[in-house]
Each structure stands twice: as structure tokens, then as C-alpha cells.
Write a protein that binds this ligand. Structure first.
Ligand code: ACO
Ligand code: HSE
Length: 400
């Protein structure tokens, strides 16, 4: 089954139907639609599978639009335009780059806002999904695309969790892995930062227990905005808040008589932007998925799990990241066999993996430096210790 066709335009969003899905926490879904984009041309190896495939994993509120201009369905340009593209670090003249919208999200892949079989939005009925479930769905997308082994799986933050899960759970299917600003398991501090975000959304009267999608109002946008304000502060650095905004008043406003400081206005802006482009139900579901992230669960602990990785791995930390501190990436680099550690210097905190494109591009170019463009059909991947080894992927249907 081939989900990509010769002549398909680059960057256009396409869909694959997968399912049914049995989920790690015990629930199930009768099926899921995966929205994805690709750039470059697949090159088939001797065994007929795609030999030059790269999977890019987006972060919490990101999406599959890694590269390309804004346009219909894409209000913003690509979030890694300086990293992926013709002649860039992940060169789309050479690599077939795939980015999928995550299971449980709201950018075309099935999530809480999607219609359930009865035609109503899933809402609160959408089951808990884990990072492993999300990777399981991506494995079915890979099957549909004819990719048995990725030349590279790369992602930052929540995308780094999925990249790591690929390398740990399906070691025979990942040749190289780059994990940025991420961790082996969500820490107590990370769970703590998520708690008020979840409380803000689920405490908004418009949340209606998660079943607001088919209602007349716009849903819990106030709670989602509060969550984004909290999260956004953790994504940036104290230096930035102090030097970019400091104690400045917002233009035309006086904080001493009810007006806002500039930093408050900035966070209001970030909140409004997210509330316009993201579903609160997905935000809650994806936050819970990240909270549950622990590569060591059921695998004898973190060290044992990371010891299974066979991908040539690069772990990237951002020196000013206060949400995913560099100790977490140092731990990954110490426990993944042969891993390389790269420190990105940034004043912008966790978002450095999105903002510091020159340094990120260098790390990716280095990670791919050993790849030979002509090594068609490197089929040496032994998937005998994959979590899914021996299991046939569920049949996938390709949808328009
Ligand atoms: C928007 C999208 O990217 S959607 C598609 C994919 N999205 C993702 O992948 C999510 C990840 N992306 C992000 O989190 C962010 O977009 C980032 C990290 C890339 C943004 O980083 P930066 O470019 O550094 O944004 P920055 O923090 O400077 O914010 C700029 C915005 O704040 C606004 N702003 C700055 N100061 C103020 C102020 N005092 N009051 C109000 N607004 C302000 C700017 O006008 C600008 O608005 P705009 O984004 O609507 O043009
Ligand atoms: N700014 C990023 C950070 C999350 O890691 C996002 O919104 O997805």
C-alpha cells in the first residue's frame, strides 16, 4: 500500500486511515485518520522499501507544516524552514521528509474534536493515548508509505519524546535519532507545571467535562489562554522576560491604574493566538500523554530501555531551558549507547530548539554527515527486539 504517489505536490496535506487501535492504557479506537505532509522524493532500495526517509516529529502545539509557505490550511510558514528544505541541513533534494500530525491533536489527525462513529465529536469519550500509542500510529503510517526503516527520526520537546520512543520501542526501524530539548521521562517539575494548565482548562465552565465541541459557544478558550500563558513563560527564559520586557508598561497603558505591563500584553497575545488555532481538548489530551511519558515503563526502567537503542543518536540540549533542563539531555546522552551530546547556546530557553535554527541545523547536518546518498536500500535493520516485532501492522486505507 503506497500513500505517496509520484507527482504528489510537496507539502500538501494527505491522509491515511489506520485502525482499529488498542491503546496502552486499555482503551481503544475503532480507527484513526493520520494527516501528514512530505517533501522530497522517496527512493526505493533493493527490497522495495523507501531508503531515504526522514521523520520529523512536531512539539505540543506544532503540526506537520515543517516547511513551506503559509497558505490554505496553514496560517503560518513552516516551523523549521531554516532547517529542512532544498540544500539545507535536512536536504529535501536528498531526503524524503515526512511529518505527521500527532494522534490526539487537532491538525487533521484524529483527536477529541474529530467526529466519533455516531457523528458527534469524541470529546470526553476520546480515550487516553500515550506517546507509545502515538508512535504506534506513526509506524502504521510508515508501513503505508513503504518506509521500513527511517534514516533519521528527529523531534524536539514532545516531538523528542516520540523520536525517543521510536528508537527505544522500534530499534530496528530507526537508523539515526536526534532528540532535542526532551527527556527520558517527564519529571516532577514538568508534571507540576502542567497541573495549573490542566486545571485552568478543565476549570473553565465552558469545558463542560470535555464535551463542548458540538455546543453553541467557542469552548474553554479562557482556560486554554491561561494554560498557554503559564506554558509560554516556561518555554522562554528569565533573561528574556527581564531584558525584552522588564518593567515596561504596554504602549498606551499604565499598570498603576489598571493597565498592563508589556510582558502581560505579550502573554495575552500568545494566549489569544493559541486559543484561535488549537483545540483545548487536544491540549489536555496531549499534556496528559506527555505527563505519562516514561521510556522505562514496563521495560525495566529508563537505563535498561535506553540501552536498547541502536540508532546513531544525537541528544541536543538548550543551555537556558528551564523546563527541560540540560541534566535531562545529559542523562539521555549518558544512557543511550554511543550517543553524542550537543549543547545549543540560546537566551530564549526551551523554545531555543525552534528559534536557534542555525545551531539546530548544524547538529542535524552533523548527525546526517555519515549518510551516503547512494546507499540505497540499507536493509541491515534487524527488528527482532522491536516492541512490535512479529506483529503485522493493521491494514491501512489511503484516503484523499
Ligand atoms: C504560530 C505557529 O508557529 S503555528 C505552526 C506551528 N507552531 C508551532 O510549531 C508551535 C511552535 N512555535 C512557537 O511556539 C512559536 O511560534 C515560536 C517559538 C516559534 C515563536 O517564537 P518567536 O518568533 O521568538 O516569537 P515571539 O516570542 O517573539 O513572539 C512574537 C509575537 O509576540 C508579539 N508581541 C511582542 N511583544 C508584544 C507585546 N508587548 N504585546 C503584544 N504582543 C507582543 C509580536 O507582535 C509577535 O506577534 P505575531 O507572532 O502575531 O507576529
Ligand atoms: N513552543 C512550543 C514549545 C513546546 O515544546 C510549542 O508550542 O509547541
Amino acid at each position: 500500500m503506497v500513500a505517496w504517489r509520484e507527482g504528489d505536490p510537496p507539502g500538501g496535506r494527505r491522509f491515511v486511515d489506520v485502525g482499529p487501535l488498542d491503546l496502552e492504557a486499555g482503551g481503544s479506537l475503532p480507527g484513526a485518520r493520520v494527516a501528514y505532509e512530505t517533501w522530497g522524493t522517496p527512493r526505493r532500495g533493493a527490497d522495495g522499501t523507501v531508503a531515504n526517509a526522514v521523520l520529523v516529529e512536531h512539539a505540543l502545539t506544532g503540526d506537520s507544516h515543517v516547511v513551506g509557505p503559509a497558505g490554505p490550511g496553514h496560517p503560518s510558514p513552516g516551523w523549521w524552514d531554516g532547517v529542512v528544505g532544498p540544500g539545507l541541513a535536512v536536504d529535501t533534494d536528498r531526503w524524503f521528509v515526512v511529518a505527521a500530525n500527532v494522534l490526539g491533536g487537532c491538525q487533521g489527525t484524529t483527536g477529541p474534536a474529530s467526529p466519533a462513529p455516531d457523528g458527534r465529536a469524541w470529546g470526553s469519550r476520546f480515550p487516553h493515548v500515550s506517546v507509545r500509542d502515538q508512535v504506534g500510529v506513526e509506524a502504521r503510517l510508515a508501513d503505508a508509505l513503504g518506509v521500513r526503516r527511517w534514516s533519521l527520526v528527529v523531534g524536539g520537546s514532545m516531538g523528542g519524546m516520540r523520536a525517543l520512543e521510536w528508537a527505544v520501542g522500534l530499534p530496528g526501524r530507526v537508523e539515526r535519532c536526534v532528540v532535542l530539548a526532551s527527556c527520558a521521562a517527564a519529571s516532577g517539575d514538568q508534571l507540576a507545571w502542567c497541573a495549573p494548565q490542566l486545571a485552568a482548562i478543565t476549570g473553565d465552565p465552558a469545558w463542560r467535562g470535555g464535551d463542548y465541541h458540538d455546543g453553541p459557544d467557542e469552548g474553554p478558550v479562557t482556560g486554554l489562554g491561561v494554560a498557554r500563558r503559564i506554558a509560554h513563560v516556561t518555554y522562554r527564559s528569565r533573561w528574556e522576560m527581564d531584558t525584552r520586557f522588564g518593567r515596561d508598561a504596554q504602549d498606551g497603558e499604565d499598570p498603576l491604574v489598571g493597565g498592563r505591563y508589556a510582558v502581560e500584553s505579550y502573554l495575552d497575545h500568545q494566549a489569544g493566538k493559541l486559543a484561535r488555532r488549537f483545540d483545548a481538548g487536544s491540549y489536555v489530551l496531549l499534556t496528559r500523554a506527555m505527563n505519562g511519558h516514561d521510556v522505562g515503563r514496563g521495560r525495566g526502567g529508563v537505563a535498561a530501555a535506553l540501552g536498547r537503542v541502536r540508532a546513531r543518536t544525537t541528544v541536543v540540549g538548550v543551555d537556558s531551558d528551564r523546563l527541560y533542563p540540560t541534566e535531562q539531555q545529559e542523562e539521555l546522552a549518558a544512557l543511550v549507547p554511543g550517543a553524542r551530546y550537543v549543547l545549543v547556546t540560546s537566551r530564549f530557553g526551551h523554545d531555543g530548539f525552534l528559534v536557534e535554527t542555525a545551531q539546530v541545523a548544524r547538529a542535524l547536518a552533523d548527525a546526517l554527515a555519515d549518510a551516503d546518498a547512494d546507499d540505497s536500500g540499507d536493509d541491515s535493520g534487524d527488528d527482532s527486539d522491536d516492541d512490535s516485532a512479529g506483529e503485522a501492522a493493521a491494514p491501512c486505507g489511503v484516503a484523499g
